[in-house]
Design a protein around this ligand. Structure first.
Ligand code: CTP
Length: 397
């Protein structure tokens, strides 16, 4: 058997289906085997013959067709895929995939495959902007699907707006990045921390911070998708455990410290995205009652977890985060030295679309060899993969 990679491409019922011909042709010229699944809607816009000729392989159409070229078509295609791509993807396909509905060959194959998934939506602007579609896209992104984002321009319906299929070159790039990323961290053990900590003041109150845990969870999910064995130590956050990740919940900075030190010898890389409290307090046994003149809390410092790990890190690659509101570079460089880190990802948490709580982030990554790289504004999922590229390279080096 050749090591030729196989792209299973779903083509659904959008006018942009005609561009699937160019996509199939390009993928074939690069050297990939392409197997097309054409939905009933897709076949209204482009013929199986066109796609068969370009892919040099039978096009799979109906789930229950007795002439299907594979024995159990959806399982055979799901297993064959090194990447499963859908371009163009209609609102209908996106809705079905987001909800696990499997009522035709393409949606059943989507459920059955374990390959990385690339989706290139194409639809009218209002359909794309509709809350239901946006919810479904967000669900699929959270499930790990890679999106070749639609463009803004003149749409087939005559409207101008966002919804045009991404350029074929962008879809090919998304497919190739999905292929490359596949399992490049397999065999690696990665420890990720995420979220805030809580320091109890009394039985009903605590001190905490604005960390949502989203960045750390995105890193844990991306690392698991790339084949790593991932342990996630999470402070109190309202986030679901990513598939395949082992999670340990902690509350206080001291508990986080104990958990990290306990796992420090296990991991090949530690990514410390948590925001542990820097100060704690001896909690009152009973609820502190209202007092007219107010109260003064006496805070004492917590242990610096990274500094403790750094002292015993051996070959473990360590990435810290620096949340800053001023003098970003100066503070980040000081932390990389003081905490003996391999990398520090620094961000300006005072900016509206970066850092705490939001779904986007932008960091400047400082490396211990003096290199400095800007990520640009990205979704936290994309940023997670961007950061992991540096971890993967350091683990290989
Ligand atoms: N960190 C840690 N232990 C602490 C506090 C922070 O290990 N007690 C880690 C964070 O997880 C992060 C890095 O250190 O990866 C930097 O955190 P940050 O809050 O930016 O820096 P601090 O060292 O706490 O310094 P300051 O709050 O004064 O900026």
């Amino acid at each position: 058997m050749s090591a030729q990679k196989c792209i299973v491409l779903g083509v659904t019922g959008s006018i942009a289906a005609y561009k699937a011909a160019e996509l199939v042709s390009k993928l074939g010229k690069i050297g990939y085997a392409v197997r097309v699944i054409l939905t009933a809607g897709g076949s209204e816009f482009i013929t199986p013959l066109t796609l068969e000729t370009l892919s040099r392989a039978p096009v799979a159409c109906g789930q229950f067709s007795r002439n299907a070229p594979y024995e159990v078509a959806h399982i055979a295609l799901a297993k064959r895929a090194d990447v499963f791509a859908v371009a163009p993807a209609t609102a209908d396909f996106i809705a079905k995939a987001a909800n696990g509905i499997a009522d035709d060959l393409l949606s059943t194959t989507y459920l059955a495959t374990t390959a990385p998934i690339v989706i290139a939506p194409a639809m009218n602007e209002s359909m794309l902007a509709r809350a239901a579609t946006q919810r479904n896209i967000a669900t699929l992104k959270a499930d790990g699907c890679i999106f070749a984002e639609p463009e803004t321009g003149l749409l087939a319906c005559g409207d101008t707006g966002r919804g045009r299929l991404a350029p074929v070159g962008d879809i090919v790039a998304a497919i190739e990045s999905a292929l490359q990323r596949e399992k490049d961290l397999s065999g690696k053990r990665i420890l990720v921390t995420a979220g805030p900590t809580r320091e109890a003041v009394d039985p009903v109150r605590f001190l905490s911070n604005r960390s949502s845990g989203k960045m750390g969870f995105a890193i844990a999910r991306a690392a698991a998708n790339r084949g790593a064995e991932v342990r996630l130590i999470a402070g109190p956050v309202a986030l679901a455990t990513p598939f395949g990740v082992i999670r340990q919940d902690v509350t206080s900075s001291a508990q986080l410290c104990e958990a990290v030190l306990g796992a420090a010898n296990w991991c090949d890389a530690l990514i410390m995205a948590a925001a542990p409290a820097d100060f704690t307090i001896d909690a009152a046994r009973h609820k502190i009652k209202k007092q007219g003149e107010g109260i003064t809390l006496s805070l004492k410092p917590t242990a610096d977890i990274l500094a403790q790990v750094a002292g015993r890190k051996g070959n473990c690659i360590v990435m810290g985060f620096a949340a800053e509101t001023q003098k970003l570079e100066e503070n980040a460089l000081q932390k990389i030295r003081k905490k003996n880190l391999d990398f520090i990802a620094a961000n300006d948490v005072s900016a509206a679309n970066m850092g705490f709580g939001v779904d986007t982030n932008a960091v400047t990554l400082f490396c211990k060899d003096g290199q400095k790289v800007d990520s640009g504004l990205k979704s936290k999922r994309e940023l997670a993969d961007w950061l992991l590229n540096y971890i993967a390279a350091a683990l290989d080096g």
